[in-house]
Design a binder for this molecule. Structure first.
Ligand SMILES: Nc1ncnc2c1ncn2[C@@H]1O[C@H](COP(=O)(O)OP(=O)(O)OP(=O)(O)O)[C@@H](O)[C@H]1O
Length: 591
């Protein structure tokens, strides 16, 4: 014999209150929603919901479609049954509810629910009383007009939730945009509907009103207000652009209404992740809630709405770049870090960064796009230090240099060819700079041989190679250029020191395959001091002088100093001092 399920209502209420709903405050939302749905079902437009409070009792009265006696038995008394789904179980389009459990949330605050209802289809009024322990009673009720009144008496401990002030606050939170007339204890709650749809005298007034709305809601004056619309999701609303930088990692949350009833004040995942700089308030007719009505149901429609909203914001940025570039720059200054982060994944954002974000370059601040135009063979550095070190030198050789050392910059520059394969912006290989330096004429070169040999001896143990070139700025006596190989070797050596035996061996094997190009100490033949040192030939204090130039070049370039470097720096300094004090040839004040 087939049997019907038995339901222990207390278990179900417990489940709802502890696991489905975040707070018992949702009881009012569910009652409000039923009243609005009943008005929708009556289909006459307008409609009025009156809420009365006082003495621990709450009354919600609507002039909706009401219920007949048989509907009362089948709909109110059957958990999970709803008049708002069709025969196939799909949510009927016009209604807020669909699950057939909302009324039970009244048991979160009361032990008894009383419903007095009269159907617009005719028949007498009916009184239904449901109790939280699982029984219900149906009797004749008293009511002249079609509609429904739900009455709750606060359970001990829940009086606060049914108090006039809390009820008014809840009604305002959930219901202030509803398309029906909502009144709590005689005070109207609903007004002109969504502020972005209200009519204003002119655009300036609308803008001010929406800014004020944002201030009330979020506590900031928005950088800009963007109208949002995704017709296929029945969605309208506004996005407020944050006036302060935020971390792109912080999940942005938005205020979402479904069919004009508040779903939640902080819904995540409404916008694409890259749109971290906006807070939205939207109303959607077609998106679906989860059963708790506290989040959006993740389906294809939500996914395409998210894309649609992203498109609107993207278009806003593009329009800003076309019509108000100075404001776009201001926006980028604010949200630079986030915009860069999203440029790593999003081509349009990459384009915006390329065209509008200023980078530090050897020819002053400019956009990457402008930089490439001016320096078709420009280079970028992977670190800020390298940029500082080489910008002046590179700039003086006519090699444009852009600083790619800040967060995301190197990845952004390296991703540019994905926009356009013709974009070429290569990383600077410092050693390559020397190829642009002027070479000495053979006679001078020959004359410098003895000096060069002595200079090479002076820094041989430091693993570096001395060359003499002519380059600008002439004020720079010497430049230390680590080769790419040398840099890599240094990192390897450091890693090897720190690694355990196995890894040290592996790294050692890698080491063996690295080229043996050495870092260079490039002495500047244009620099008067360097020239005087060169004129020492292989005599005098050439050792200490070259070592001093080496040390100074390391310090100027912010290169890491190894113990051997520090020792050489100290020795050369002391040596020069001694030479200056003791040497008979040393220049003195008296000549
Ligand atoms: N104020 C009302 N006027 C007319 N019918 C009502 C009213 N309140 C509840 N009902 C009827 O009772 C049924 C069950 O209500 P309940 O709130 O439990 O679920 P629901 O609104 O259908 O779905 P959800 O669980 O998503 O809220 C509704 O489908 C509706 O037919």
């Amino acid at each position: 014999m087939e049997q019907a399920f038995q339901v222990d209502l207390r278990g179900v209420v417990d489940l709802l209150s502890r696991h489905l709903y975040a707070s018992p405050r949702v009881y009012l939302r569910e009652l409000l929603q039923n009243a609005v749905d009943a008005i929708t079902a009556r289909g006459e437009g307008g409609g009025r919901v009156e809420i009365e409070t006082g003495g621990g009792v709450l009354r919600v009265r609507d002039d909706g479609v009401g219920l007949t006696e048989s509907e009362v038995h089948s709909l109110l008394a059957t958990i999970g049954r709803s008049s708002k789904r069709d025969e196939l179980g799909f949510a009927r389009h016009d209604f807020l509810g669909q699950f057939g459990i909302g009324l039970l949330s009244a048991f979160l605050v009361a032990d008894e629910i009383e419903v007095v209802t009269r159907s617009a289809k005719g028949g007498d009024a009916v009184r239904w009383t449901g109790r939280s322990e699982g029984s219900y009673l149906v009797e004749p009720g008293e009511r002249d007009e079609p509609g429904t009144t739900v009455t709750l008496r606060a359970r001990p401990g829940s009086a606060e939730l049914l108090s006039p002030s809390v009820v008014a606050e809840l009604a305002r939170t959930y219901g202030s945009l509803l398309p029906v007339e909502l009144v709590v204890d005689g005070v109207p709650i609903t007004g002109d509907g969504p502020p972005w749809q209200a009519s204003y005298r002119d655009p300036a007034e609308r803008r001010r009103a929406l800014e004020r709305y944002c201030e009330d809601l979020y506590g900031f004056t928005p950088f800009d207000v963007v109208d949002m619309s995704v017709p296929e999701a029945g969605l309208t609303g506004v996005a407020f652009v944050l006036p302060q930088p935020v971390s792109p990692a912080a999940r942005a949350s938005h205020r979402v209404y479904l069919k004009r009833m508040l779903l939640a004040e902080s819904v995540e995942g409404l916008l694409p992740e890259w749109a971290f700089f906006a807070r939205c308030v939207v109303d959607a007719g077609e998106l679906r809630p989860t059963a708790s009505r506290e989040a959006l149901y993740e389906d294809e429609l939500l996914e395409s709405a998210r894309q649609g909203l992203g498109d609107v914001l993207r278009q806003w940025l593009v329009t800003l770049s076309e019509t108000e570039p100075s404001r776009l720059r201001a926006f980028l200054r604010l949200h630079q870090l986030g915009v860069k982060a999203m440029a790593l994944q999003d081509d349009d954002m990459l384009r915006i960064v390329d065209r509008w974000l200023d980078y530090e370059t050897s020819a002053g601040p400019m956009t990457l796009h402008e930089f490439r135009r001016r320096h078709p063979n420009g280079r970028f550095t992977g670190s800020v230090d390298e940029f500082r070190r080489l910008a002046a030198v590179a700039g003086a050789q006519g090699v444009g240099l852009v600083n790619g050392g800040y967060v995301h910059d190197t990845e952004i520059i390296e991703r540019l060819p994905e926009l356009d394969p013709d974009i070429r912006l290569a990383r600077l290989d410092a050693a390559e700079l020397t190829t642009t330096f002027g070479v000495l004429d053979p006679a001078t070169e020959l004359a410098l041989r003895p000096f060069l040999a002595a200079a090479q001896r002076a820094v041989e143990r430091l693993g570096c190679e001395v060359v003499v070139r002519e380059f600008d700025p002439a004020s720079l006596p010497a430049l230390y250029l680590p080769s790419r190989d040398a840099q890599f070797r240094e990192e390897l050596a450091r890693a090897q020191e720190e690694a355990d035996e196995l890894w040290a061996d592996v790294l050692g094997a890698v080491h063996a395959t690295v080229g043996d190009e050495r870092p260079q100490l490039v002495l500047n033949h244009r620099n008067p001091l360097a020239r005087r040192i060169m004129s020492l030939g292989d005599g005098g204090p050439v050792d200490v002088a070259v070592q001093a130039l080496y040390g100074q070049a390391l310090l100027l370039g912010h290169h890491p100093l190894r113990p051997a470097d520090t020792a050489v720096l100290n020795r050369s300094f002391i040596g020069l001092l001694e030479w200056a004090v003791h040497s008979p040839e040393a220049p003195s004040e008296h000549g």
